[in-house]
Design a protein around this ligand. Structure first.
Ligand code: SER
Length: 593
């Protein structure tokens, strides 16, 4: 039996001994690729270096990278799909290429000192060539030299033997994939590693990154030839131990055990229960890693936050089906926090946050899940066709917090479908309405161009900056309303502020006022504003050129104004109220005296 921990350390040691620097896992939130939501492969954070930039740790690197892929989220529950996984990888950034890469892979897999797999259990695939890149005879020859038999080498097209780019553009190339033969012997003679009958399990992928895919779909040669390899940790541990499912590996043992105890069920006994256990085990692990990431996100209705929300809500629903309550889910999360904190120290640092956020999201959803399911059944009982219309799907979303995918899943279970396009139309209509709402508000503010409102606008920016400094990045503007007498500022934050925090926010704003900082107004393209880190809603409504107000090193925010020209004009800032506005949103009222 080889454990996840042993495989991680064997892999890293092997490449360390061969001159590779071991680098820590990058964040799950990509820092240099706006075209994807999550880090999906080990090479992803290394993109600039694959393109030619010098990496501070050298040209040979190895690591274990946290990855999230949600494209197959609906498949989770079967034996092998996961939304979070760890990827073992080694890289050559313009250093060694095919020969060294293939030889090391073979050595690591087959040598008794490392994994000791019998060579006849391995098959490999190589690229058969097309108009973009030639047939990879070199790799096939290298595998032969290693000891792989000719009839264990398969030439396959781009669909199978090409990897990348991770986003829309970027480094990519042909690959050679290594498969483990499970010994299944009732296959057709045509069966090859391209077949997903279960005979062949991919354990390692060596990508020879020589090309850049351009925005127009063409491929151009990169300045350097790179190697990018990836071995999925969970999958490899599963295969090496001859297990049927990744959920049977030690990486899931404690969590599955915990789930079974909480629900008083047995793993592997009946299909539906096993599927539910797997979904809970997978989704909670993913939620723990997303919440506990260095650039951790929190559940919301957009982008990564929405995916996280969807994952948590799906886990909660399956947990409730098995009779697991909120404290049970927290316990499962704790199992993962304990298990992984030595490998990923950020989980230790963010332990409280992970548990708090998970609890909060469960509470938000728990309140409406039961009534929402009732509503769902009411809707579907009355259906005349087999399709849930957009309006009803939107109501389930808006009133009961059901992500559209959840409604689709419930519908699917009942043999129904959802008119997702109509849902999207309802959603867009709702967005437009609330946008008009806020624009009208905004106009209201503009009409009153008095000195008093200008000062309060500036005070609002200082307040938002102060709140983010004290309470963190979770704070984002949710609404603002200014009269000649006071400002009202709504912002996302999950709990009441303490009196000390309120006092500190007031003090920070008054500090900025005392420093008599000029308020600089500039117009710039939205991309520039975003790059400079300006706060604001980057929605379409701002158009291409945006107005940005900068207050020294305190604040930079997109805004229509009007504003004071110097913070010194503001007078004394006094917070008169801090209260709840709606779920997850706080409201501050303040005045200038
Ligand atoms: N990028 C390749 C993969 O994800 C190899 O690391 O499989």
């Amino acid at each position: 039996m080889i454990t996840g921990k042993e495989l991680r350390s064997k892999f890293l040691q092997f490449f360390k001994d061969r001159g590779h620097a071991i680098i820590p896992s990058a964040s799950l939130i990509p820092e240099n690729d706006p075209t994807v939501l999550f880090t999906t492969a080990g090479m992803h954070p290394l993109t600039p270096y694959l393109l030619g930039q010098n990496h501070p740790m050298g040209r040979r690197l190895a690591d274990v990278q946290k990855c999230v892929r949600t494209i197959d989220i609906d498949e989770v529950g079967d034996a092998s799909h996961l939304t979070f996984f760890e990827m073992l990888g080694n890289w050559s950034l313009g250093d060694y290429f095919k020969e060294q890469s293939i030889k090391w892979s073979y050595e690591f897999l087959t040598d008794e000192k490392y994994l000791g797999i019998a060579p006849e259990k391995l098959s490999v695939t190589v690229f058969c060539g097309d108009a973009d890149a030639p047939r990879d005879e070199q790799s096939a020859k290298l595998w032969l030299e290693c000891g792989i038999k000719e009839d264990h080498i398969y030439y396959l097209p781009k669909k199978n033997n090409w990897w990348g780019p991770a986003g829309i553009t970027g480094p990519c190339g042909s690959d050679t994939e290594i498969f483990y033969d499970t010994g299944k012997d009732d296959c057709s003679p045509e069966c090859s590693p391209a077949c997903d009958c279960g005979k062949w399990l991919e354990i390692w992928n060596n990508v020879f990154m020589e090309y850049n895919k351009n925005a127009d779909g063409s491929f151009s040669p990169l300045a350097q030839c790179n190697v990018d390899t990836g071995m999925g940790l969970e999958r490899a541990v599963c295969v090496l131990n001859g297990l049927k499912s990744v959920y049977e590996t030690d990486l899931f043992a404690d969590a599955v055990d915990c789930i079974c105890k909480l629900a008083n069920v047995e793993y592997g006994k009946d299909k539906d229960t096993t599927r539910a256990i797997r979904i809970i085990a997978d989704h909670i692990r993913t939620a723990v890693f997303l919440l506990g990431d260095r650039l951790g996100i929190t559940p919301s209705n957009v982008d990564q936050g929405y995916v996280l929300r969807r994952i948590i809500r799906r886990a909660v629903r399956y947990a409730m089906q098995l009779g697991i309550d909120k404290s049970g889910i927290d316990q499962i999360a704790v199992v993962y926090l304990n298990q992984y904190q030595d490998v990923y120290p950020e989980l230790k640092e963010n332990r409280e946050k992970v548990i708090d956020e998970l609890s909060r999201e469960q509470e938000r959803f728990g309140k409406t899940l039961v009534s929402g399911e009732k509503e769902f059944h009411k809707i579907t009982d009355k259906l005349e066709s087999k399709i849930i219309d957009g309006k009803n799907a939107f109501r389930l979303y808006d009133t009961f917090g059901f992500p559209i995918e959840l409604t689709e899943e419930l519908a699917h279970e009942k043999g129904l479908s959802v008119d997702v396009e109509a849902f999207k139309a309802c959603y867009a209509e709702h967005q437009t309405k609330s946008q008009i709402g806020s624009e009208q508000h905004f106009k209201g503010g503009l009409q009153d161009n008095s000195e008093a409102t200008s000062k309060l606008h500036t005070a609002t920016h200082l307040l938002q900056a102060a709140l983010r400094k004290i309470l963190g990045d979770e704070v984002k503007q949710k609404g603002s309303n200014i009269t000649a007498e006071r400002l009202r500022f709504d912002f996302s934050f999950h709990r009441p502020m303490t009196p000390e925090e309120v006092a500190e926010a007031q003090r920070l704003v008054n500090d900025a006022i005392e420093r008599k900082i000029p308020v600089i107004f500039e117009e710039m393209p939205i991309e520039e504003a975003r790059e400079k880190g300006a706060m604001g809603l980057f929605g379409d409504k701002y158009g291409e050129i945006v107005k940005v107000y900068t207050i020294g090193d305190v604040s930079m925010e997109m805004c229509g104004g009007p504003h004071a020209t110097n913070t010194g004009e503001l007078g004394e800032f006094v917070i008169t109220k801090e209260q709840s506005s709606s779920s997850g949103v706080r409201r501050i009222k303040a005045e200038l005296h």
